[in-house]
Write a protein that binds this ligand. Sequence first.
Ligand code: NAD
Ligand code: IPM
Ligand code: MN
Length: 350
Amino acid sequence: TRTLRLAVIEGDGIGKEVVPQGVRALRAALEPAGVAVETTDFDLGAGRWHRTGETLTDEDMARLAEHDAILLGAVGDPGVPSGVLERGLLLKLRFAFDHYVNLRPTRLFPGVASPLANPGEMDFVVVREGTEGPYVGNGGSLRTGTELEVATEVSLNTAVGVERVVRYAFAQAEKRRRKLTLVHKHNVLVHAGHLYRRIVEQVSLEHPEVEVDYAHVDAMMIYLVQDPSRFDVIVTDNLFGDIVTDLAGAVGGGIGLAASGNINPTGAFPSMFEPVHGSAPDIAGKNLADPTATVLSVAILLDHLGHEEPAAAVRAAVENDLTARAGSEELASRGTTEIGDALVAAIAGR
Ligand code: NAD
Ligand code: IPM
Ligand code: MN
């Protein structure tokens, strides 16, 4: 048998509850295809930080790099200063492993209730830039804590960085409905905004079949609520992509269903798959978290590593489970492990 080496980072809060379900789903999907899953658990997050003061060491990074993929739950904990784990662990991984594509699909599955009155046929994918923008940490604080404090967060955008993610987005559009929407705010952020605009225009010349559209990010909030079916591929910067994809998750049936992949398309580093949601301290430890977003992230992982049939099996199991939930109060009130059990059984029994 072949082997898939999976690095597992449960992280904090509900990450510890949803990730085990994702690992079970991955095994159930791959075993019939003759692929064994070999997991390495990484103790990273609030617990490790409290015990050792470490967030992510060079040794952790070197060991993670030896894996085919990483499955991550969520990081962030009310007992740790905000930003320590988010920046020091999650963003460090995305940056160090050059996950320049943050792929976040939204599909309103049959039977799933959207909070929108007229959701239409919702099936789009956000290609969020993952290694630049305001996330680079190029900022600082002067005279901290005084009345004269100055705080900066400088957004860094490079032609190379924008072009590679834009090219990826066009390639996605070619495989889908051939529509690409750039989301930015070039009426105010004239430097980064026009860089994105120019590059989209240039790359579009190589894709005459792809219809190109633009929305300012504020107006995008309107369109995602009023007419989400108009979108196919959405390409945007790191921060706008973060915001757009929480709204996308909500209108697409709930954040408990929203999946993502942090992808290094070159294969130079392992890609990392995680639900869009965070550690949800408000429901952590109660078996209340929906593991579906993590299981759907496993489907993206399988696609990324070329396991198409297992990926399709995972999606089919989720789709059937969501339809079944819609028709049954009993199924709709299941907890994390019960949903996991049902998905794993459906994937294994295919
Ligand atoms: P959150 O996504 O953790 O929670 C937002 C809301 O969604 C909460 O009401 C929560 O209960 C609900 N929710 C989230 N996931 C759910 C699931 N699977 N099933 C059912 N309900 C779910 O966002 P937040 O509260 O803003 O952040 C909490 C912590 O998580 C912070 O420390 C933040 O920095 C961190 N965070 C981490 C990641 C990540 O690791 N990728 C992502 C977002 C937030
Ligand atoms: C996400 C999260 C992260 C982000 C945080 C926790 C760093 O919100 O994955 O969407 O902003 O990218
Ligand atoms: Mn987010």
